[in-house]
Write a protein that binds this ligand. Structure first.
Ligand code: HEC
Length: 230
């Protein structure tokens, strides 16, 4: 397998990806007036017959939310004005659609990685190419170099079993490579451990590098090219 990087991520590109997983201050962003109105209806008009959990547990398509809300009104007698229906449907379709929750940090991270420009490629031994969307380099205390890469796809490599139970639904792959002074090292991936944000220097990292299975051994750095063997 080989990894070819054209360049490292810029600070702005890094910030966009890191912020998706770890927003600088989520509360600081006020709701739009429509979202605020929708939340108000949920709190008042939707909690008289059942608690809000009944609503927050549901993950429906827009169509199904329209039907559900009209059922609540027509059959069960939920009371709120007609003009509040569209903002409520929009809000629920946005925050509680099918699939991974829109507000889940991992879904936000996957989307941010997908939006980032391609700055390199990972070529696996079976000649599949994966775009590199994030490439960041920091140093560790003992002269080790730490390189964090992210691809917008889940890496599949012959012989590598990545039934990682930690992140079964992740569509992206984060790879952390640690290279010693002599330019050789090993790589691990996010199949088995969550991805987290390290504050200083601010970057994505694997949460528990030490305990994570080695993905590639004998990783060597050749200028900007890292080559690894399993
Ligand atoms: C007047 C009583 C009443 C009000 C008000 C009410 N509901 Fe319900 N809701 C029900 C009843 C009864 C059920 C159970 C219906 C069923 O299981 O078929 C239910 C079930 C639900 C379900 C589960 C449906 C499913 O298919 O799993 C959702 C979601 C829901 N309500 C959303 C809302 C929302 C959103 C509001 C506010 C707009 C609301 N409800 C207001 C009576 C109400």
């Amino acid at each position: 397998m080989s990894i070819n990087l054209e360049r490292w991520s810029t600070d702005a590109e890094r910030d966009a990806i890191v912020a998706a997983l770890n927003p600088p201050s989520a509360e600081a962003k006020p709701d739009s007036p429509e979202d605020a109105a929708a939340k108000e209806i949920l709190k008042t008009a939707c909690t008289t017959c059942h608690d809000l959990k009944r609503v927050t547990e549901a993950q429906f398509t827009r169509q199904k939310w329209m039907e559900t809300i009209s059922n609540m009104r027509e059959f069960f007698g939920a009371k709120f004005p007609d003009q509040q229906v569209p903002p409520l449907v929009n809000f629920l379709a946005k925050t509680q659609g099918p699939g991974p929750r829109a507000d889940s940090p991992m879904a936000a991270l996957a989307a941010a990685i997908g939006r980032a420009p391609t700055i390199g490629f990972i070529w696996t031994n079976d000649r599949s190419g994966y775009s590199v969307k994030y490439a960041y380099r920091t140093s560790l205390t003992d002269g080790m170099e730490r390189i964090i890469l992210a691809s917008n796809r889940r890496l599949t490599m012959p012989g590598v079993q990545q039934g990682g139970s930690e992140n079964p639904s992740e569509s992206f792959t984060v790879i952390e490579i640690r290279i010693d002074r002599n330019g050789s090292g090993e790589a691990k991936a996010s199949f088995d451990t969550p991805v987290v944000v390290q504050p200083e220097p601010r970057t994505l990292v694997l949460e528990n590098y030490a305990a994570t299975r080695v993905l590639l051994r004998e990783v060597r750095r050749q200028d900007s090219i890292a080559v690894g063997q399993r």
